[in-house]
Write a protein that binds this ligand. Structure first.
Ligand code: XMP
Length: 514
């Protein structure tokens, strides 16, 4: 396979943050592609593959089933950077030794450079903060390697065999807490590997349009559209790639949308010149959730219903298109298979997986993060209101009700959520917050309204900031703002007696409650 752009290949050893490596390199406009550690390396010998990165991973290089790349990779003659497990794997392959579990180090560490700061560390200071997360560590480095930098607990924090272009870092340059992480990855990609900065949104758009045309051919595409940024930007791309008769945009109202959302989405899509078939399936979805409390069961039922409705519009030859992002995929699968699933996102239910196997699914954003899709949307001229819309999960309010879904609870949650979002907008904070929503706790709390004791629901408010959705901080609203929102909710929404604001970070808390 020839790659049109200079590319860095990232071998994934199963770290949850592997994609951040690609993201940081792409932020510097170099194309990066992630492949599983067991990918056939003969496909990476072409001229446009400029170098390799070995990711971190949870295994120990000596473990019985430890993931390994064929040693031939060291003889291809392209630069290599090993990160954490990746470094240990290089040390192991080249005859050094790795000590198991003796050097646990988690969190920030101060990296001290040896005298030379060229190459990997060009343009970075002699002392810098890095992020460590490892149990094993190199104990003896292989012949030909020298130490570039150390930390208090990691004498081999950065090593290199510069003559052969092989580098290793024990810390994680891809994690935001590593001060000069992007610079280090940029140095590796551009200066050491010589990759050119060719990955731009313009390029992505041109290549995606070309790929869509090639994949679809004369077939028709059914595009599942939610009105959010990802599916809307993809609809605009499909419109550019294919004649109108070949695309059918389907919007399914599952009954778990926010107040007035269905109507608003229709207007937005019409303004973009997109023809959309709207299906009101709300009663069907709500009925299917009667008595269901478990969130994964809710997701599965909603995913299944969604696909059932969608498939009624898909003939056996049609393709399905979805605005799936990387976090939707990574939380639903793992590099070794569906073992460590965090959540099953609706776009990874079995019916979709079956279509993926048949090569009938178009998901051009499945390696991207939301801000990358936003940049593409901007480039395509999608209006700001849509580009900056907060994310909203497919199962919507159904997973915002922490218990059984009923009409009454949906009504209450919709009203509370609307007040929260309205207030964020009028305080001009909508763009400062990445995602905000209300949830409803179905256990009842006592309150006093007038002279009467009332048992009502608790509304949980959550507002977070994040760039990649893998980690998130809660937004520090002023007490006045929170007090005002709480007041409005308890006064204006019948059946609510308490309002709580959530100050949990991700991790360990996820963004949504279920
Ligand atoms: P979590 O809660 O996993 O959220 O920290 C990460 C991002 O994913 C969204 N999310 C979902 N999106 N179906 C979706 O389409 C889901 O089941 C789902 N659960 C969470 C969440 O809103 C956030 O943007």
């Amino acid at each position: 396979m020839t790659r049109p752009l200079d590319t860095i290949i990232i071998f994934d050893f199963g770290s949850q943050v592997t994609q951040l490596i690609a993201r940081r390199i792409r932020a510097k406009h170099v194309h990066a592609e992630i492949v599983p550690y067991h990918a056939d390396i003969s496909q990476f010998t072409g001229e446009s593959v400029k170098g390799f990165i070995f990711s971190g991973g949870p295994a120990s290089v000596y473990a019985k089933n430890a993931p390994h790349i064929s040693g031939d990779i060291l003889n291809i003659g392209k630069p290599i950077l090993g990160i954490c497990y990746g470094l240990q794997s290089i040390v192991h392959m080249r005859g050094g030794s790795v000590e198991r579990g003796m050097h646990r180090e988690y969190g920030k560490a101060l990296l001290s450079m040896k005298s030379w700061r060229g190459g990997l560390f060009e343009g970075t200071p002699a002392k810098q903060t890095v992020w460590m997360s490892h149990g094993d560590a190199a104990q003896k480095i292989p012949k030909g390697f020298s130490i570039l930098a150390s930390s208090a607990h990691s004498p081999f924090a950065a090593i290199a065999d510069t003559a052969r272009g092989i580098y290793g870092v024990q810390f994680h340059p891809e994690v935001w807490h590593t001060e000069y992480g992007t610079k280090i990855l940029e140095n590796f990609s551009k200066s050491i590997c010589g990759a050119r900065a060719q990955w731009t949104t313009k390029h992505f758009i041109t290549n995606t349009i070309r790929d869509i045309r090639a994949t679809v051919g004369a077939r028709s595409v059914v595009h599942a559209i939610s009105g959010g940024v990802d599916s809307t930007v993809l609809a605009v791309l499909l419109k550019k790639a294919l004649p109108a008769r070949q695309t059918k945009n389907i919007f399914i109202d599952n009954g778990f949308l926010r107040r007035d959302e269905a109507a608003q989405v229709r207007v937005n899509l019409k303004d973009l010149g997109l023809r959309v078939t709207c299906i009101d399936a709300s009663r069907d979805f709500i009925k299917a959730l009667y008595g269901v409390v478990d969130p994964e069961t809710k997701r599965k039922i909603i995913g299944k219903k969604f696909i059932d409705f969608l498939m009624r519009n898909v003939s056996p030859k049609d393709m399905l298109s979805q605005g799936t992002l990387y976090p939707d995929v990574i939380e639903s699968v793992s590099v070794r298979g569906p073992s460590d699933t965090i959540k099953t996102h609706h776009n990874r239910v079995p019916e979709v997986l079956a279509l993926i196997k048949e090569n009938r699914v178009i998901e051009p954003f499945k390696e991207l993060f939301k801000d990358e899709v936003r940049a593409i949307g901007k480039e395509l001229g999608v209006p700001k209101d849509i580009v900056w819309r907060h994310p909203f999960p497919g199962p919507g309010l159904a997973i915002g009700i922490l218990g059984e879904v009923t009409d009454e609870r949906l009504q209450i949650l919709r009203d509370a959520d609307k007040i929260f979002i309205e207030e964020i907008q009028s305080a001009n904070l909508y763009r400062k917050v990445t995602e905000a929503f209300a949830a409803l706790d179905t256990s009842r709390a006592v309150g006093v309204k007038g002279d009467e004791r009332e048992y009502g629901y608790m509304i949980l408010l959550r507002a977070i900031t994040t760039t990649d959705f893998m980690t998130a901080d809660w937004y520090p609203f002023t007490p006045e703002f929170l007090g005002h929102v709480a007041n409005r909710i308890v006064n204006e929404v019948q059946g609510v007696t308490r309002v709580l604001y959530d100050i949990t970070q991700k991790p360990p808390g996820t963004i949504r409650y279920m």
